[in-house]
Design a protein around this ligand. Structure first.
Ligand code: HEC
Ligand code: HEC
Length: 348
């Protein structure tokens, strides 16, 4: 992880703020104007947004409404938010997901914070863009189990949606725009401004002594930053920690299904660690119930298997060290923002 120079960034932030204040009153905050979210402290100021789907107030508000509307599921019982609950940092608290009619999935619901920075989606990274990703759960038999066609015709029967889609896209409702609206909303779900971020940006008091010791372990002896690095605490890469391997047996092929490469058997995408205290249970199969169990898992060097990532090895942490590492992980909870920033809503 890169340590940033506190005073420099503060100076930069101040000058950006000054520019924003100067431009504020004269910039045309009209409808359909593309904008970028005000990212919370700690995240990259630049968040990639596809050129053909710029963020607009109308799309984000529409996506936000769709996200919590069960109309997108077969029996109208389950919304995106039913599994990605904003109150639980956009997870559901279950080991594996539960779709319509109680149908069980095979994987744990991941948090959606900061996924706008993602370069591939799902635990195995099989989908390259958010626009493609967001239609998958609607169609999946284990999740919402509805065709995009049926979703569109249901939405067309609602006057409110007809109006909102018209305003956002200036045309009749279609699947592509449903995807664009949902993806736009997901891009606004951001977590930053945690005690860890405030510490990194110069507030030396923001982390306790124990948490600072945990940070040193995270970067040093624990070797966690080999994979959990950068502002979102992930290399966006795929690694075999052995979670999918039980007694020499592979329970989920993971990345192997996408690449067909032997070494990817049981490899999964490195998940973010932001808001980690809120997203139990852990791992792609929800098999570790607590952060204490996760730390024990890494302490013994993961689960042995033929393709275990070379960055994992027994850590021999002492009880005190495990406690500090835990305290540090808990300091990664900050402010979660989603949807339109209030100032923009008031100005629009
Ligand atoms: C039944 C529960 C369930 C519902 C409903 C659901 N999801 Fe998910 N979501 C999951 C699971 C499980 C995964 C991980 C699946 C995998 O990796 O194979 C996931 C993954 C994702 C991801 C990828 C995150 C990442 O880090 O790669 C995004 C984005 C997402 N969902 C958005 C949505 C949206 C938008 C909706 C509504 C249209 C939705 N989900 C509805 C369970 C659900
Ligand atoms: C070799 C890369 C690598 C290293 C090193 C590594 N991790 Fe991970 N981490 C991963 C991957 C990949 C997963 C998901 C594994 C799975 O579900 O199969 C993960 C999952 C996690 C999770 C659960 C996240 C969730 O949302 O379920 C936590 C917490 C975590 N790691 C913390 C740590 C800590 C603390 C360290 C250092 C002691 C560490 N990791 C070292 C790659 C790594």
């Amino acid at each position: 992880m890169q340590e940033r120079n506190g005073p420099m960034s503060l100076a930069l932030a101040t000058s950006l703020l000054a520019v924003a204040l100067l431009l504020g009153p004269v910039s045309p905050l009209v409808s359909h104007a593309a904008w970028r979210p005000n990212v919370p402290l700690g995240l990259d100021l630049y968040m990639p947004v596809p050129e053909d789907n710029p963020l607009t107030t109308e799309k984000v508000e529409l996506g936000r409404k769709l996200f919590s509307d069960p109309i997108l599921s077969r029996n109208k019982s389950l919304a995106c938010a039913g599994c990605h609950d904003p109150e639980r940092a956009f997870t559901d608290g279950r080991p594996v997901s539960q779709g319509v009619l109680g149908r069980k999935g095979t994987r744990h619901v991941p948090t959606l914070v900061n996924r706008g920075y993602g370069i591939s989606f799902f635990w195995d990274g099989r989908i390259p863009t958010l626009e493609e990703q967001v239609l998958q759960p609607i169609q999946s038999a284990e999740e919402m189990d509805l065709t995009v066609e049926e979703a569109v015709s249901r939405l067309k029967r609602k006057r409110g949606y007809r109006k909102q889609f018209q305003k956002a896209f200036q045309r009749e409702i279609m699947g592509e725009d449903l995807a664009r609206a949902l993806a736009s909303y997901v891009r606004t779900i951001l977590s930053g401004n945690s005690p860890f971020d405030r510490y990194l940006y110069g507030d030396r008091e923001a982390l306790s002594e124990e948490e600072r010791a945990g940070l040193r372990l995270f970067r040093g002896k624990g070797n966690c930053t080999a994979c959990h690095l950068g502002p979102t605490f992930t290399d966006e890469g795929f690694h075999n920690t052995g979670i999918a391997w039980r007694d020499g047996e592979l329970l989920d092929p993971g990345r192997f299904e996408v690449t067909g490469k032997k070494k990817d058997q049981g490899a999964f995408k490195t998940p973010t660690l932001r808001e980690i205290a809120q997203t139990a249970p852990y791992m792609h199969d929800g098999s570790l119930a607590t952060l204490e169990e996760v730390i024990e898992f890494y302490n013994r060097g993961g689960n042995p298997n033929p393709y275990l990532d070379p960055e994992l090895r027994a850590l021999h942490l002492m009880a005190e060290e495990k406690k500090s590492l835990l305290a540090f992980l808990r300091s990664l909870s900050g402010t979660i923002q989603e949807g339109m920033p209030r100032e923009r809503l008031e100005n629009d």
